[in-house]
Design a protein around this ligand. Sequence first.
Ligand SMILES: [Zn+2]
Length: 404
Amino acid sequence: MSSILKTSPSARAVLSSPEVGRALSFFERNAAAITEEQIRICSIPASPFGEQQRAEYLREKFSALGLTEVEIDAEGNCLGLLEGRTRSPLLVVSAHLDTVFSPDTDFTVIRSGERLLAPGIADDGCGLAALIALAQAILNERIRPEGSILFVGTVGEEGEGNLRGVRHLLTRGRWASKVDAFLSFDGPGVDRITNRALGSRRYRVEIAGPGGHSWGDFGLPNPVHAIGRAIARLAAYPLPREPRTTFNVGRVEGGASVNAIPETAAMDVDLRSVAEAELRRLDSFFRRAVRQAVDEENANKRPADPLLDLKVDLIGERPTGETPADSPLVELAVEATKLMGVEPRLDQSSTDSNLPISLGIPAITLGAGGTSGCSHTLAEWYDPRGRELGLKRALLVVLGLVRL
Ligand SMILES: [Zn+2]
């Protein structure tokens, strides 16, 4: 399917071209400006399902840079095309617009010494800064590659966003079925090459009953007790040592008073495994455990009492899979990393690349340079020192794929 895969791309060949040399030095010459841009974009709030303002900013930026076909698509992704001599191969270069933080979060970026502090400053503020810097470097040096690059700020990468942005882009959007390879920048670092997709399934469980007085109506089925039974069953799941598999009841709620039998109870559950078969096994165990827990609670009720009502909603699903380590895309990223004097590290994670991998599109996620900490907390920080190495590696991979 992919013309990218016909010939082995080479980072060394890209590196030998004089205009690429100038484009690489762009990142050092403009280090301060790239950081200023990251501060501007990260100061714009972008909570889950609230990415619009940040997408609008990116759209203006893409247009000002000279990208074409700039738009915000029906799902809210921001797109801009860097037109090569042809539209094949077509490479998506993406970073996610959203953060994990609620709409009332203060997104103001604070400088503290070399560090930048703000929720989302690294995840994925440094990825968004990388998109802009890469487009600038290529356009500034008037590099006209053979294939084309579609730059995308995606919505819905985090949490309950459930990859809705990249899913729309690659399955329903107007570029769907035209994309030959997919590259995502997520978080910092220069060594990481995420080529394996960590699968997950997320559920919301809601149990409802008649409710009543804790003493007077004792014997009615109790939704909180049923949730408790379900959690106890899940916690006793016989986990394999390998492949790595995890479960988490991350949120529980229900009830109104200590002396009332609750009318409702709910929990959110996250199931993960590096292997699809194991994830399916855990998934069916979990759904059976919840059903059995409710049956058990119902079995203890008095004959005339109504039954508990169970609702299990799949609120998130990310497929497992991989872009093989010996695929041209991964080999190119490995070569580019080594050319930076860094030992590459292949890993497995849950990112926007999960979706293209599940569609058979070669995809990897790379760190965008620099360092960070306290990700997904209000104390998140990013240190841009050394960022240029990550951007140089990125440029070699991008140009290696679309060819000069
Ligand atoms: Zn991220």
